[in-house]
Design a protein. Structure first.
Lengths: 414, 414
């Protein structure tokens, strides 16, 4: 079973918006055993839309279209869909009622453009948009199913999960399929490849391996794509077991795990509370930790001490340490970690100080120089990292490195 | 002049990676006057690659390909490109030397896989990758230029900026073209559409308008796409002037401006320093502010006070205020703002407290309830927001709302 995704909108083609919708749709389709063969982004104009629909239908049994359904006039998708499916737009009373109720609840007046959103192709089956005014639509043509969804991510996501996917599962009979992703830290891509080469070469033909590197993390994805094999899931599980034996010391999670979730689970399991002191990471570590629901069980808080004065006043760093060693130094990062732990009354703390760039570097301490520390009730450990020259990447890398140092320390707790 | 982008890699088709490379490439190509007609993501397999190259070449004068050039064995792009351009892979000595030097500097040993990265299609012109081992390649076939770049974002970006774009500019003769994006806050999409309808209807045919909504921000993009018109840039400028007269009170920036950069510029202009106290936003505001290079000129720091104890101990919030009004209340958010201002010795401060969700809500204070305050030396203002149910979106919306409250306060300073 093969699907294609079509994303409509100039904002993607001029690079103003990153297409996150396709990643969501592809992940959801893969979960139910539908492989995505192609993702195509096109302009919100009639001819590119018609051509893309035709081309996708030639290759795929399911075509999911996003974008082009908003209340404003750059949106011509609905009329083009009506033409493509040889039907016409008609006002749907239940949709108009829904739009009125929705806007009334927000205290917004219904205008002409909102009313026009209740005009939909006559032949489509509606996919209800509980949180927005643009409805999802289901069409069938020559054995191919077409689903059109609005481009606003959370509206698209709820329609897909609540209405489209259940109907897709019912409509298609899907073969077993499995992906599993192993998350590793501590080996670069080519070193990992050398380490697992004999195992990789012996993989059955229907199992594929992919390397997905990102800053500080290397993900290995195993998948069984062969729609004819009935034992795809078992094959992947067997190969996973072999892989785990080869590289267990580098594995920190699976599939959609993140390092912030993994450390959060460890903190909860080990019954430890956490405080953070950040300089160069500027709130990024706290932001990652608090992206995890329920983090208030173990996270007490953080201080972003961007000025030297605040390092001393709020975290209790010694003025003399900054004067003798500089703000980016082992002495200061260790005092920051100790200070955060004490101030918040936490069991464990992490701290960062570094030169994120682009300016602020020197010969002795070039841009990218970063100190990270972890403190518990009986020890403070610190480590120096030489990261790169790109501010955003340095911040991300330092935040991830700090979370891995925290994980290592938590793993030591029996 | 029309280009297409082809992204190669299963990681995109299974939704594990969001395709940010295409947005970067599209933005860069648009800047030099090249319109992107289509973006296609395909699997790293021979046939889909060959088909996509053929299809794109039918429509476009320039095809930019990313991905599939890493050192590991899921990468078959290079061999497929060699076949497509009727050439063969050969070891390039200068590339091998570069790889050796690069890895030596990192203290990594050169392995067989690294050496194979120096094998490149004989007929291609190299586009140097200063920071990585996978080289960029330039091919020409039947009047179409093909550029192949590695998928690692920062490597791809430097090759594109330093080597590919200069050669593209030289190779093609490009017509004038202009995009301008107006950033607004305070009017929803359909209300904005009503407000500017007469102006929009009178736009010249070659000027297009698009609405790009995101949480708390509505961007209006004006563009002139007509390659034959020589006065595209002037037309867009004229229409922009008219639009500004209609909606000046809602405009806070242009093009790639962000609210964190805009508030940063205001703080620098007005010579004010900033401190932040965060609860529900969990470090997100600090993280946005410190993403701007040079922010240490005006940003002193922040406290993420996730526990009630830390709200009192570190920010000086009154225990009694929390007991009588709850942590999510006007009294507490105002005390947090005052506390942050005093603790950091800042001129101005912002604070947030709210229920980000998914749990923690009640009948009186449902998930999404958020208080935001701004404090100066003579006033504290606070506002209540009812956001949504989605944790990540609530955090983003509250952070953006706080920055807009800060901007409003800064605009009051003469």
């Amino acid at each position: 079973m093969l699907a294609e995704i079509i994303t409509i909108g100039d904002e993607i083609l001029i690079g103003q918006v990153v297409d996150t919708n396709s990643a969501f749709l592809a992940a959801e389709l893969n979960k139910v055993g539908i492989r995505v063969g192609q993702i195509t982004s096109i302009s919100d104009q009639r001819n590119p839309i018609l051509t893309a629909l035709d081309e996708a239908a030639k290759r795929a049994g399911l075509v999911v279209i996003t974008g082009g359904l908003g209340p404003t006039s750059d949106d011509i998708t609905k009329q083009t869909l009506a033409d493509y499916f040889h039907t016409k737009l008609a006002l749907k009373k239940e949709v108009l009622d829904h739009i009125r109720n929705l806007l009334a609840a927000r205290g917004v007046e219904v205008n002409d453009r909102n009313i026009r959103q209740a005009e939909l192709p006559e032949s489509c089956r509606l996919l209800h948009n509980a949180s927005g005014t643009a409805q999802g639509m289901w069409f069938e043509k020559k054995g191919t199913v077409f689903i059109s969804l609005p481009g606003v991510p959370y509206e698209m996501e709820s329609i897909m999960k609540d209405y489209a996917l259940p109907q897709i599962k019912e409509f298609f009979h899907l073969p077993p399929l499995r992906h599993i992703t192993v998350l590793t830290h501590g080996l670069a891509e080519s070193a990992m490849a050398m380490k697992i080469e004999p195992w990789e070469k012996a993989l059955p033909a229907s199992v594929r391996l992919a390397y997905l590197p990102s800053p500080g993390i290397l993900r290995l994805r195993l998948s069984c794509f062969d729609p004819e094999r009935k034992n795809g899931p078992e094959l992947v599980t067997e190969e996973l077991a072999k892989l785990r034996r080869l590289i267990s010391e580098y594995i920190f999670g699976y599939d959609n795990d993140t390092i912030e979730e993994v450390t959060g689970r460890l903190l909860r399991e080990k019954k430890r509370t956490l405080a953070v002191a950040e300089s160069c990471t500027g709130g990024k570590i706290a932001s990652l930790i608090t992206s995890v629901p329920g983090c208030s069980d173990y996270f007490l808080g953080s201080v972003t001490a961007y000025s030297n004065t605040s390092k001393c006043a709020i975290l209790g760093v010694n003025q003399a340490s900054i004067q003798s060693h500089g703000a980016v130094s082992q002495a200061v990062v260790e005092e920051m970690a100790r200070g955060a732990r004490e101030r918040f009354g936490a069991d464990i703390s992490i701290a960062t100080t570094g030169i994120a760039g682009p300016s602020g570097g020197s010969v002795d301490k070039p841009v990218g120089t970063t100190w990270i520390a972890v403190a518990t009730d009986h020890i403070v450990r610190s480590e120096k990292f030489i990261l790169g020259e790109h501010r955003g990447r340095n911040i991300s890398k330092a935040a991830v490195a700090a979370l891995f140092m925290l994980r290592k320390e938590l793993m030591r707790i029996p």
